[in-house]
Design a protein around this ligand. Structure first.
Ligand code: ADP
Length: 169
């Protein structure tokens, strides 16, 4: 099942929350900064041991002071006009995170809107890719529940629209 909610992912109770990280995994702005602030310094200490992560891939840490058990860090693609593999890379972010969550026995996974903040991925496109990828994964993992945690109303509207369209197909 996919649920789209308005909220702050650092407050979300889920087995795993996803961090829209950068390739250094050493923290940044946006949701990344918020997750590190709430999780505390132990998160950065564990991230240092990971030696970064490639765009479109994912790495898992503990959640420390967060209500979530795990944080799955994935660097989304920076939008550069759409001709640099952005769609495939964004799809790969969602797939990598969901596979890693399943491997660790997570039943509930919460995502932020990867790449649509500082990385400027167009929201409608990002929502379509995210919803399509999550739905395909859940067909094979019906026991899992995915929350899309949107930080503002415009983002939530785009994800709701994408879900409606996908369900109507
Ligand atoms: P990126 O670099 O991948 O674009 P950003 O963190 O800049 O990542 O933005 C991704 C999305 O996360 C944006 O929609 C932004 O509004 C949202 N966001 C920022 N803080 C939070 C939060 N605490 N919880 C959920 N979403 C958040």
């Amino acid at each position: 099942m996919i649920q789209i909610i308005l909220g702050d992912i650092t407050k979300t109770r889920a087995d795993a929350i996803v961090n829209a990280a950068n390739t250094s995994l050493l923290g940044g702005g946006g949701v990344d900064g918020a997750i590190h602030r709430e999780a505390g310094p132990e998160l950065l200490a564990e991230c240092r041991l990971l030696h970064g992560c490639r765009t479109g891939q994912a790495k898992l840490t503990k959640g420390y002071r967060l209500p979530a058990k795990y944080v799955i860090h994935t660097p989304g693609p920076v939008w550069n006009g759409g001709g640099r593999g952005e769609e495939e890379l964004l799809k790969s972010c969602y797939e990598s995170c969901l596979s890693l969550a399943a491997e660790h026995g997570c039943k509930t996974v919460a995502f932020p809107s990867i790449s649509t903040g500082i990385y400027r991925f167009p929201l409608a496109e990002a929502a379509r890719i995210a919803i399509g990828t999550i739905r395909a994964f859940l067909e094979a993992h019906p026991e899992m529940e995915v929350l899309m945690v949107c930080f503002d109303g415009a983002t939530k509207k785009h994800y709701e629209e994408a879900l409606k369209r996908a369900q109507a197909e």
